[in-house]
Design a protein around this ligand. Structure first.
Ligand code: FE
Ligand code: CA
Length: 560
């Protein structure tokens, strides 16, 4: 059965009672993974690597040591007080390294529990995690016990280490009689390896109430090695109907609210399948906390009181629900999210946080600002990344020897300016001094093959980024690829008002939903903009709406 029709059938199942639904969901999830297994071969560990397992985890979490391929899997922890399947949110993995990867789940039995404890109360739990060479789990190569503390909403973050590089693994969690869906993940190549190819997919902007996430079944079918999510993973909006209803009456403010919101998003089986298909590298934009906030400044002044607490709750919930290799939120409510991930000498991904440290948007953060009436836009102190992150990025770009230097980030860097009218000062156009510093750094360091991945704007796009001001004229210093929204509405009329010829876009689609996939080799970077026919139905067909190519060592992209 095609994945699409399976999703349709699954949709019909949603009208059954919750218990029934969960059982069906898990069968279908497993079936979907199994169905995709023909071409996506799980790599076997070499005997040298087999069985080595995690070290260095703190807080006394037990890990097996399994020399010579034999394993001693710890006993499955008891599910004390848990009387229903706690794996309603699926599993995921992310932030891979050559010898380790983060494995994630969150125990929830009640998706609408407004206490924020997912039906589990304030009791801490433990889970067994297992990694194997394939979905049968006949050969378990790593396993251990990890905590699922109530303090973090019973989320589990395992740093599964001692793995072989550049290798596919299956993983799952167990507690009592319950076993999670099976996910697949892949370690990165060794730092000095020279991979022939890397297949990535990237996406952003999935407002739940807008429709079905019909892109994900196609993303899974494309068998990416890596998925990047570039922000607006959730939106802070209540409301919605049926399967897309958010069980909140108002926008989330407390940690409990945000947990309920995430559960309403992550219960979706299509995103669970996508999480289970490959490691993810994620960053956030604004809606993970609130539309268009900037650092500690709320969107609207009226909401400033209490915004620090709201942002703290939002940041903790983000940490709790994604497979992040980062330190949990600090006492001051900050979360250091920026980091880099390397794929041998082929590519290094610099994952940026353009939200937490930025200066406030200029001139009231209005759309279509005349720059002559907004002199503060050119303020030299404007910052998108903050001084510390900017210095980290400058250093990282100067030091990397990877062929492709990739900035995985939120908002559009290319200038979208018509005459004196700056269309959106929430993106890099509102921070010209900061953008100029970054582009000048790239130019002065003579960096080749810089690619910027962007979300936020709900439109697909591709453009060369040029000095001095990212406009249509000048020296090409980087290449920007913007993904359409998974389900957020396109920018339609605004997009049609843009005169593409003066702005210099290689590709644009302002209307459709979808995602982007790219094949990266030492010689070239090939990008396909994938567009779904509809998000009004649970399944849709997809087409390649446009494709662009960059040749390594030759600045500039071309349509293919
Ligand atoms: Fe968005
Ligand atoms: Ca956004």
């Amino acid at each position: 059965m095609a994945v699409g029709s399976r999703l349709v059938t699954a949709h019909e199942d949603l009208h059954r009672d919750l218990t029934q639904r969960v059982l069906i969901h898990r069968r279908r999830f497993l079936g979907m993974l199994a169905a995709g297994g023909g071409a996506l071969v799980l790599g076997a560990c070499s005997s040298d690597d087999e069985g080595r397992s995690g070290s260095g985890r703190d807080e006394g979490d037990a890990t097996t040591t399994a020399p010579e391929g034999t394993t001693t899997t710890p006993e499955v922890p008891a599910a004390d007080g848990i009387d229903a399947d706690p794996f309603l949110l699926g599993v995921s993995s992310g932030d891979p390294l050559p010898s380790s990867v983060i494995l994630w789940t969150r125990l929830v039995t009640d998706l609408v529990d407004r206490t924020g404890f997912g039906g589990l109360g304030e009791t801490d739990h433990q889970v067994l995690w297992e990694m194997a060479t394939d979905d049968s789990f006949a050969v378990i190569v790593a396993s251990g016990i990890e905590s699922a503390p109530a303090e973090f909403g019973h989320s589990v973050h395992v740093d599964a280490s001692g793995l072989a590089s550049d290798t596919w693994y299956a993983y799952r969690f167990r507690i009592g009689d319950y076993t999670s869906p099976v996910g697949r993940t892949r370690t990165t190549p060794a730092d000095d390896a020279t991979p022939d190819q890397l297949k990535i997919a990237f996406a952003s902007c999935q407002v739940r109430q807008a429709g079905w996430w019909t892109s994900y079944e196609h993303l899974v079918a494309g068998e990416p090695d890596l998925v990047l999510f570039l922000g607006d993973y959730i939106y802070e909006y209540p409301g919605g109907e049926g399967d897309q209803a958010i069980p909140l009456e108002t926008e989330p403010v407390t940690l409990a609210d945000y947990r309920v919101l995430y559960a309403a998003y992550q219960r979706d089986r299509s995103i669970q399948a996508a999480h289970g298909a490959a490691p993810w590298i994620v960053t956030w934009d604004d809606h993970e906390a609130e539309n268009n906030y900037a650092a500690g400044i709320a969107e609207n002044e009226a909401d400033q009181d209490g915004f620090a607490d709201r942002r703290r709750a939002a940041y903790q919930a983000y940490y709790e629900h994604l497979p992040l290799r980062v330190t949990p939120p600090a006492a001051d409510g900050s979360l250091e999210l920026y980091r880099s991930v390397r794929y041998g000498t082929l590519a290094e991904f610099f994952v940026l946080d353009g939200r937490q440290y930025r200066s406030d948007q200029v001139c009231g953060d209005k759309l279509a600002i005349n720059r002559n009436a907004c002199p503060e836009i050119d303020g030299p102190d404007s910052t998108m990344l903050g001084a510390e992150q900017e210095a980290w990025l400058t250093k990282g770009l100067a030091e990397t020897d990877a062929t492709w230097k990739v900035l995985a980030q939120q908002t559009v860097m290319k200038a979208l300016v018509l005459g004196d009218i700056v269309l959106n000062v929430d993106q890099w156009d509102g921070y010209p001094a900061a953008r100029s510093r970054l582009l000048t750094t790239i130019d002065e360091s003579q960096l080749a093959n810089v690619v910027v991945l962007t979300g936020d704007i709900h439109a697909g796009g591709a453009a060369n980024i040029r000095l001095p001001d990212a406009g249509a004229e000048g020296k090409i210093v980087a290449h920007e690829l913007v993904c359409p929204g998974i389900s957020s509405e396109g920018i339609g009329a605004l997009g049609e008002a843009l005169d593409l010829s003066t702005i210099g876009l290689t590709y644009a689609n302002f209307a459709d939903n979808g995602y982007v996939r790219a094949t990266i080799t030492p010689e070239r970077w090939t990008t396909e903009f994938m567009v779904v026919d509809t998000i009004a139905e649970p399944a849709a067909s997809i087409r390649v709406d446009g494709a662009v190519e960059i040749t390594a060592g030759t600045p500039g992209m071309r349509s293919i």
